[in-house]
Write a protein that binds this ligand. Structure first.
Ligand SMILES: [Zn+2]
Length: 138
């Protein structure tokens, strides 16, 4: 920790000395330019660290949202077999699903029953006047 901080200080001083030395060749005084370059490096580095941390936080938030979306799409609200408390639990078709009730702590196993049904076309008009007219014609 201390060695990395010392390394950062040495690098900052070297860069500042190099730039201030170069500027002193053009007639700019060394120490004011040395301090200004040092301060600009510190401000620039802090700004860089801030941008990196904000970017990482945004990425983490995106990952959390995606994980929550995936979790919710593969989950179901299942009542406990003992106390009927509803529990949100992940469902996977490839393995036995179980959960511990959040209210009574009883272990539950989930049995999945899959059915199929024919897709039907919904009735287009449910207008009551049309229905009465159709019934009057009959
Ligand atoms: Zn329960």
């Amino acid at each position: 920790m201390i060695s990395s901080a010392l390394k950062s200080v040495v690098i900052t001083v070297c860069i500042s000395a190099g730039i201030a030395g170069s500027l002193s060749l053009t007639g700019v005084s060394f120490w004011p330019s040395f301090f200004i370059v040092s301060i600009l490096q510190i401000i620039g580095w802090q700004g860089f660290l801030y941008m990196v941390s904000v970017n990482a936080a945004l990425k983490n938030k995106e990952i959390d949202e995606q994980m929550m979306k995936d979790y919710m799409s593969n989950s179901a609200i299942v009542p406990c077999s003992n106390c009927k408390q509803e529990n949100l639990t992940p469902i996977q078709l490839s393995e036995t699903n179980s959960f511990k009730c959040t209210k009574c702590n009883v272990d539950n196993v989930i049995y999945i029953h899959i059915e199929s049904a024919q897709v039907t076309t919904p009735i287009k008009s449910l207008n009551i006047e049309d229905t009465i007219k159709i019934n009057e014609l009959k």
